[in-house]
Design a protein around this ligand. Structure first.
Ligand code: TPP
Length: 1229
C-alpha cells in the first residue's frame, strides 16, 4: 500500500470515528470502512479521501449498508467503489449528467489540495487530487443538512411534540416559507432551521437512517419535513435515540417512520371507542353513586384502560400467560373492573362499609390485590391477571411485583419472560420522585433479577396531589429515570386514543422482541382534585379553568369517529347505555352482599398448599448424618481437577478446614447454613439467597461461589450440585440497594410456599433504607392482605466495636412491631402451643447462638404449615468463634429448633445453688460465658439463651423461672437500654412472673445505658462499656482470679510460641474474632477457646483431600464410616440438640489455641429454571445413582460460565484478592 493511500485511509478512519463515536454506528462504520478498504484495493483512494469526514461518515455508512443488501440499490458509482470491481467501471453505461453529478467525486478545496500536495511532495509523496466544480459542494452540503435534519427530528422531535391535551406545555408553532405552521421549533432543528426553509421543492435522496420514504428513495424537502413533523412532533413524542443498540433504534424507527405503519382499521377504532366507553363509564358510574367517596378516579387519563387492555391482548397473542400489574391508587378500581374483570358487584360491595368475616385488619379498597384467571375473548386464550396489593407508599410495590414476576417465571421454567410479563403503572410525580423507582429499574438487566422487560405505563396527569411538576422535579420529563436502563420512552397525548393504542402496541412488541424495559408516558390531566372531595382550584386555578372547558376524551373521540363514519351516533349511544346497564345490574347485585371476605382479594393464592393440611403440625427439621456427610463433603471439596478450575489458594485452605470439620463431625456457622440449604434442596425446596456480596459473605465466611482465578465469569457452586434431582440453589450478589432488593425477595417469596427465600443485609444497620418494605409489606402484609410470606431477613448484628452504623440491625424496631400482646399469658398447656403462637404472630424474630439452631430455624421456615417472615439477627464474630459450633448430633433426626437454650453446665445441674439467673440472647452469651468462667461463678450464675425472642417462649421461660426459684433475675444485653431486646422482653417477663402467684421477683436490666446512637465509634469507650456490663453482672474480678488469669495467659503464650516453632508452615490461620467485644489478652480476657468437639485433640490441617471420582461407582459417602453410624445411634440416646459446649468445662476450651476455620463454598449459574416447576427441582441427571455427590452427574455441568455482562478485563485488575477479599477477619464496609 502506497504512502498516499495509507494516509488517506488513516484520515477516513479518523473521520468516521469522530462522526460516529459513542454509538454502535461507530463499530458498524469501522466494519464498513474495513470492507471499503479491502474492496477499494487497487483503486485510487482519493474517492474515499475526499468524501470521508465527520459529516459524511454516516452517509457513507448508510449507503454501504444499503449496497450490502442490494448492490443495485445504490448509484453505479457507489457500487463500483464498494465492490472495487474495475470491470464494472469499464462496462458502465453512460449515466445522465444530472444523476452523475450527484455522486461524482466531489471537488476538493484547492488551497487544501495545495497544502496537502505540498506536504506530499515534500515527503516524496503523490501528486494533488483533481479539482471539481464548486456546485458539487452545495449538493453534498445539502444532503448533509437533510441527514442532520432527519436526525434532529429523530433525537429531538419529542421536544416539539404536541403532548399536552391542556395545551399548557405545548410546542410553539413557527410559520415556514411555504406558509405551513410547523411544530419543529428552533430547539429541534437548531442551526439547520434557517438554512433549510429556502427551497422546499428540492428533491433529496433519503439516507438509510430513515424509513420515512417507504419504497421511495427521493422526496422533496417539503415532503421530508411534513412526514418528520407528523411522526415526531404530533401526538407522540418518542425518545429512543439515547439507546445505544442500533438494532433497537432501527426497530423503533421502522415502527414509527414507515408510511402507514400507524394506521388503524375501522374495526380497531370501534374497539378503542368501546373500551374507552367502559373506562369513562365506570368512573362516571362511581361518581354518580358515591359522589363523596374517595376512589382516585382516572378521569382525564381514561385512555389508560384501553391501553392496558391492548397490551394484555397483544402480549397474550404473543404467548404471555400471566400478567402481573403493580400500581397505586389512581384508576385502580377501573383496572380491577375492566382489565382483570373482577366482578363489578364485588368492587361496589367495598363501598358499602361491610364487616369482614375473616381475620385481619384489611385495607382500603384502592390498595387491594386481585388474582383473576380468565379467557381473553380477543385472543381466545386463558390469561392470569394479578394486581399486587400495595401500600400507600407510592412506587414501593414495584420491586415486590418484579420479584413475584421473576419467581413465577422460575416456577414455570420461563427463562426469557415469554410466559410471564410485569406491567407497572406509575404516577408522574411519584415516578420521578421516589428513589425506589431508580433502584428497581437497576434490577432490570441483572441476571438473577431480570424480568426480561417490564412495561411501564405512566398515568401522567401533570400534577402530584397539589404540586405542579415545575416544583416537583428537575428533569424535563417525569420518565427520565428510565433512561438509565436505555429504555425507549413514548410520550403520548392522552386525548388521542389512536396514538395511545399505537404506543401500547409498540411497547408490547418491543418487550416481546427485545425483552427489555419500555415506557409509555400517557400525558393527560386530572379532571377532579387529588381525590374526589378535593378542591383543585385552590392550587391549580389556571389549569382547572382549562380543564373545565375541555370535553372528555370519550366525547372527542366519539365525535371524531362519527365524523369519519366509523360509528353512528346511535351506535355510540347504545355503547354508553349498555355499559351503564352492566354497572346498574352490578350495583343491584352488590346490595345483596351482606359481608365481605379479605381472602377474596388475595393476590397470591397458593392452591393446594393449605388444603387438607394440619397447619399446626410442625414437621421435624433434623436430618440424617448421611445427608450431613454428603452435603459437608461436597461443600468442602474443590471443583473436579479435570476441569482445571483454578481456585484461590486461600479458598482451598478454607475447603480443607471444612473437610476437617466434616471429619470431626462438627459444624461452624457456614457449615450449619450449608446443611440447612443443602438438605432443603434435597427435599425439592428451591433456595434463593440474595443481597449485597452474599456469595462470599460480607465477613468472608460463606464462599458459596468459587471464582476461577484466571478466567473471567467462570464460577463453581457446589450447593447447586449436591443431588441430581435437587431443587435449584440460587445465590446472587445484588445491586447495592436494600429497598428494591428486599422488596424483590419479598415478592419472590409470595409466589410460592415451596421456596426458602432469604435476603441478607450487608450489615443489619443498613436495613433501614428498606424500612418502607419492612413496615408496609413484611410486618403487616398478612394482616392487611391475608397474604403469607416466609421471607427470611438475615441481619448481621452485634456490638463488636465497629461503630454506630456497623453494630445494630435495630432489633428493637422489629420487636416493637411484633403484634403479640405483652400482657397476655398464652395457653402454654395447649398441645399445639408452639405452632399456634407462631401462626398468630406477624413475624418471627430470632437471635441465634449456634449453627445447629440456625439450621433448624431455616428449615422450620418451610416445614411449618403456614408461612411467616423470619427476622434473624445473624452473628459476625460468632461466624468463627470456636464455641459457636455444633456437633452433627445437633442436626440429626432427634434434634429440633431450640427456642430457648437452658444452662446445661454446673449451674443448670445444681439449680438450687444458683444466685443469679441471667437471660440473654445472641452473641453476648459467649462473652458472659467466658467472663463467668474468669470470675469463677460457673456454679452460681446460670446463663439462659433466648434464641427466639418473638413470639416469646413463655412456656420455656416459666420453666426456667421455676427451676431457679431463689435466683436474682437479670436480663443482660450488649445493646443500649433503648435498643436490643429489653423493652420487648421486660413486660413479657413480668407477665410470666405474674402468672405465678408465689412469685415476687422481677427482672432487672444489665447493659449499656440508653443512647441515641446504636454504638460508640471509639474502641476505648467500647471496651469500657463492655467491662461495665460484665461488672454489672459478675462484679469485679477478685485478686486471686486476676492472678490465675495472668498465669493462664502466660502459659498459653509459651505454648503458642512452642507450637509455632514445632508446627509446619501450612498451619491454618488461627485468627481470633476481629473486633470482638472480648477484651484483648492482658486486659482481663483469655485466649480463644478450642473447638468443643470431643476428647480427641484437633488434627493439624490436612492438605487438600483428593476428590472422589465422579461418575464412577466408588464413592466416599456411599457407606457411612463406622464412627458415623455410632455417632448417629449414640445421638438418638442423648438429649436432643444440646449445644456442643454445654457442659464442657470452660477451662477445657481454653486449652487449645486453634481458632475455627473460616469457611466457604462454590457455585454455578444464577438464572436457571427448574425442569419441574412445582417442585423446583433441578433436571434429573442420567448419571445419578441415588447416592453421594461423587457419583452423581457429569462434572462438566459443575463449572458454569456466568450469564453476566462482560465488563472486559476490569474485574481482572481489581485489588489484590490476597490482600483483601480473602482476609477472613476483614469485614467489608
Ligand atoms: C411515598 C409517599 N409519599 C407521599 C404520599 C402521599 N401522596 C399520595 S398521592 C400523592 C400524589 C401522587 O402524585 P402522582 O404520582 O402524580 O400520582 P397521581 O395521584 O397524580 O395519579 C401523594 C404525594 C404517598 N402516598 N406515598
Amino acid at each position: 500500500m502506497n504512502q498516499c493511500r495509507l494516509r488517506s485511509l488513516v484520515r477516513v478512519r479518523r473521520s468516521l470515528a469522530l462522526g460516529l463515536r459513542g454509538t454502535d454506528h461507530h463499530i458498524l462504520a469501522r466494519q464498513a470502512l474495513r470492507t471499503i478498504q479491502t474492496t477499494a484495493q487497487g483503486r485510487g483512494v482519493h474517492d474515499l479521501d475526499s468524501f470521508a469526514n465527520g459529516c459524511s461518515a454516516a452517509y457513507i455508512e448508510g449507503l454501504y449498508n444499503k449496497w450490502k443488501r442490494n448492490p443495485k440499490s445504490v448509484d453505479e458509482s457507489w457500487n463500483e467503489l464498494f465492490s472495487g470491481d474495475d470491470r464494472t467501471t469499464a462496462k458502465r453505461r453512460p449515466l445522465p449528467a444530472s444523476h452523475f453529478r450527484k455522486y461524482r467525486r466531489p471537488p476538493v478545496e484547492r488551497t487544501a489540495i495545495k497544502a496537502r500536495s505540498g506536504a506530499r511532495t515534500a515527503s516524496g509523496g503523490a501528486s494533488a487530487a483533481p479539482a471539481a466544480p464548486p456546485s458539487d459542494w452545495k449538493n453534498i452540503d445539502d444532503h448533509h443538512v437533510i441527514q442532520a435534519i432527519i436526525r434532529a427530528y429523530q433525537s429531538r422531535g419529542h421536544l416539539a411534540a404536541d403532548l399536552d391535551p391542556l395545551g399548557i406545555v405545548g410546542p410553539k408553532k413557527h410559520k415556514s416559507v411555504d406558509g405551513t405552521q410547523r411544530h419543529a421549533a428552533r430547539e429541534v432543528l437548531r442551526q439547520h432551521y434557517s438554512y433549510i426553509f429556502n427551497d422546499l421543492n428540492t428533491m433529496f435522496k433519503l439516507p438509510s437512517s430513515t424509513m420515512i420514504g417507504g419504497d421511495q428513495e427521493f422526496l422533496t424537502l417539503k415532503e421530508i419535513l411534513d412526514r418528520l413533523e407528523r411522526i415526531y412532533c404530533g401526538h407522540i413524542g418518542v425518545e429512543y435515540m439515547q439507546i445505544t443498540s442500533l438494532t433497537k433504534t432501527n426497530w423503533i424507527r421502522d415502527r414509527f417512520e414507515k408510511p402507514g405503519g400507524l394506521d388503524l382499521t375501522k374495526e380497531e377504532k370501534k374497539l378503542i371507542l368501546e373500551r374507552l366507553t367502559r373506562s369513562t363509564g365506570f368512573e362516571n358510574f362511581l361518581a354518580k353513586k358515591f359522589s363523596s367517596e374517595k376512589r382516585f378516579g382516572l378521569e382525564g387519563c381514561d385512555i389508560m384502560i384501553p391501553c392496558i387492555k391492548e397490551v394484555v391482548d397483544r402480549a397474550t397473542k404473543q404467548g404471555v400467560e400471566s400478567i402481573l400489574i403493580g400500581m397505586a391508587h389512581r384508576g385502580r378500581l377501573n383496572v380491577l373492573a375492566n382489565i382483570c374483570r373482577k366482578p363489578i358487584s364485588d368492587i361496589l360491595s367495598q363501598f358499602h362499609g361491610l364487616k369482614a368475616t375473616d381475620s385481619g385488619s384489611g385495607d382500603v379498597k384502592y390498595h387491594l390485590g386481585v388474582f383473576q384467571e380468565r379467557l381473553n375473548r380477543q385472543t381466545n386464550r386463558m390469561v392470569r391477571i394479578t394486581v399486587v396489593a400495595n401500600p400507600s407508599h407510592l412506587e414501593h410495590v414495584n420491586p415486590v411485583l418484579l420479584g413475584k414476576a421473576r419467581a413465577e417465571m422460575f416456577q414455570r421454567g420461563d427463562t426469557c419472560g415469554s410466559k410471564v410479563m410485569p406491567i407497572i403503572i406509575h404516577g408522574d410525580a411519584s415516578f420521578s420522585g421516589q428513589g425506589v423507582v431508580y433502584e428497581s429499574m437497576h434490577l432490570s438487566d441483572l441476571p438473577s433479577y431480570t424480568t426480561y422487560g417490564t412495561i411501564h405505563i405512566v398515568s401522567n396527569n401533570q400534577v402530584g396531589f397539589t404540586t405542579d411538576p415545575r416544583f416537583s422535579r428537575s428533569s424535563r420529563y417525569c420518565t427520565d429515570v428510565a433512561k438509565v436502563v436505555n429504555a425507549p420512552i413514548l410520550h403520548v397525548n392522552a386525548d388521542d386514543p389512536e396514538a395511545c393504542i399505537q404506543c401500547a402496541r409498540i411497547v408490547t412488541d418491543y418487550r416481546t422482541r427485545f425483552r427489555k424495559d419500555v415506557v409509555i408516558d400517557i400525558v393527560g390531566y386530572r379532571r377532579n382534585g387529588h381525590n374526589e372531595a378535593d378542591e383543585p382550584m385552590f392550587t391549580q386555578p389556571l389549569m382547572y379553568q382549562r380543564i373545565r372547558k375541555l370535553k372528555p376524551c370519550l366525547q372527542l373521540y366519539a365525535e371524531k369517529l362519527i365524523k369519519e363514519g366509523v360509528v353512528t351516533d346511535g351506535e355510540f349511544k347504545a355503547m354508553v347505555s349498555n355499559y351503564e346497564k352492566i354497572c346498574e345490574d352490578a350495583w343491584t347485585k352488590s346490595k345483596a352482599v351482606k359481608s365481605i371476605k379479605y381472602s377474596s382479594w388475595i393476590d397470591s393464592p397458593w392452591p393446594g398448599f393449605f388444603e387438607g393440611r394440619d397447619r399446626l403440625k410442625l414437621c421435624p427439621t433434623g436430618v440424617s448424618t448421611d445427608t450431613l456427610k454428603t452435603i459437608g463433603e461436597m461443600f468442602s471439596t474443590p471443583p473436579p481437577s479435570e476441569h482445571k478450575f483454578e481456585a484461590h489458594k486461600g479458598i482451598l485452605r478454607i475447603l480443607a478446614q471444612r473437610t476437617q470439620m466434616v471429619q470431626d463431625k462438627v459444624a461452624d456457622w457456614s457449615l450449619g447454613e450449608a446443611f440447612a440449604f443443602g438438605s432443603l434442596l434435597k427435599e425439592g425446596i428451591h433456595v434463593r439467597l440474595s443481597g449485597q456480596d452474599v456469595e462470599r459473605g460480607t465477613f468472608s465466611h460463606r464462599h458459596h461461589v468459587l471464582y476461577h482465578q484466571t478466567e473471567d465469569k467462570v464460577v463453581y457452586n457446589s450447593l447447586d450440585h449436591l443431588y441430581p434431582d435437587q431443587a435449584h440453589y440460587s445465590v446472587c450478589n445484588s445491586s447495592l440497594s436494600e429497598c428494591a432488593v428486599l422488596g424483590f425477595e419479598h415478592g419472590y417469596s409470595m409466589a410460592s410456599p415451596h421456596a426458602l427465600v432469604i435476603w441478607e443485609g450487608q450489615f443489619g444497620d443498613f436495613c433501614n433504607t428498606a424500612q418502607c418494605i419492612i413496615d408496609t409489606f413484611i410486618a403487616s402484609g398478612e394482616t392487611k392482605w391475608v397474604r403469607q410470606s416466609g421471607v427470611v431477613m438475615l441481619l448481621p448484628h452485634s456490638m463488636e466495636g465497629m461503630g454506630p452504623e456497623h453494630s445494630s440491625g435495630r432489633m428493637e424496631r422489629f420487636l416493637q412491631m411484633s403484634d403479640d400482646d405483652p400482657d397476655v399469658y398464652p395457653d402454654t398447656c395447649d398441645a399445639d402451643f408452639v405452632a399456634r403462637q407462631l401462626m398468630s404472630v406477624n413475624w418471627i424474630v430470632t437471635n441465634l447462638s449456634t449453627p445447629a439452631n440456625l439450621f433448624h430455624c431455616l428449615r422450620r421456615q418451610v416445614n411449618m404449615g403456614f408461612r411467616k417472615p423470619l427476622i434473624n439477627f445473624s452473628p459476625k464474630s460468632l461466624l468463627r468463634h470456636p464455641l459457636a459450633r455444633s456437633p452433627f448430633k445437633d442436626f440429626n433426626e432427634c434434634s429440633s429448633f431450640q427456642r430457648l437454650i437452658p444452662d446445661k453446665g454446673p449451674a443448670g445441674k445444681k439449680p438450687e445453688g444458683v444466685k443469679k439467673l441471667v437471660f440473654c440472647s445472641g452473641k453476648v452469651y459467649y462473652d458472659l460465658f467466658k467472663e463467668r468462667d474468669d470470675h469463677q461463678q460457673v456454679e452460681t450464675v446460670a446463663l439462659v439463651r433466648v434464641e427466639q425472642l418473638c413470639p416469646f417462649p413463655y412456656d420455656l421461660i416459666s420453666q426456667q423461672l421455676e427451676l431457679y426459684p431463689k435466683a436474682e433475675l437479670l436480663w443482660a444485653q450488649e445493646e443500649h437500654k433503648n435498643n436490643g431486646g429489653w423493652f420487648y422482653v421486660q413486660p413479657r417477663f413480668d407477665t410470666a412472673l405474674l402468672k405465678n402467684e408465689k412469685e415476687s421477683r422481677c427482672i432487672s436490666y444489665r447493659g449499656r445505658p440508653p443512647s441515641s446512637s446504636p454504638a460508640t465509634g471509639n474502641k476505648v469507650q467500647h471496651y469500657s462499656e463492655y467491662k461495665a456490663l460484665i461488672k454489672s453482672v459478675f462484679g469485679e474480678l477478685t485478686p486471686e482470679n486476676k492472678k490465675r488469669l495472668e498465669e493462664q495467659i502466660k502459659k498459653q503464650q509459651a505454648k503458642a510460641k512452642a507450637d509455632a516453632q514445632s508446627k509446619p508452615s501450612t498451619k491454618p490461620p488461627s485468627t481470633p474474632p476481629k473486633g470482638g467485644s472480648s477484651p484483648p489478652p492482658g486486659k482481663g480476657g483469655s485466649s480463644p477457646p478450642p473447638a468443643p468437639t470431643g476428647p480427641q485433640p484437633r488434627k493439624p490441617l490436612i492438605s487438600m483431600p483428593s476428590r472422589p471420582p465422579r461418575g464412577g461407582k466408588q464413592r466416599s459417602g456411599s457407606a457411612p464410616a463406622p464412627d458415623l453410624v455410632d455417632e448417629a445411634s449414640a445421638a438418638r440416646n442423648t438429649e436432643p440438640n444440646s449445644p456442643a459446649h454445654d457442659g464442657a468445662s470452660p477451662s477445657a476450651w481454653k486449652r487449645s489455641g486453634s481458632a475455627p476455620a473460616p469457611s466457604l463454598a462454590p457455585r454455578a449459574s444464577a438464572s436457571r429454571s427448574p425442569s419441574r416447576a412445582q417442585t423446583y427441582r433441578n433436571p434429573p441427571s442420567p448419571a445419578h445413582d441415588g447416592a453421594a455427590p461423587s457419583t452423581r452427574q457429569d462434572s462438566s455441568e459443575f463449572i458454569k460460565r456466568r450469564p453476566a455482562k462482560d465488563f472486559g478485563s476490569r474485574s481482572r485488575t481489581q485489588k489484590n484478592p490476597e490482600e483483601s477479599e480473602l482476609d477472613p477477619t476483614r469485614p467489608e464496609h
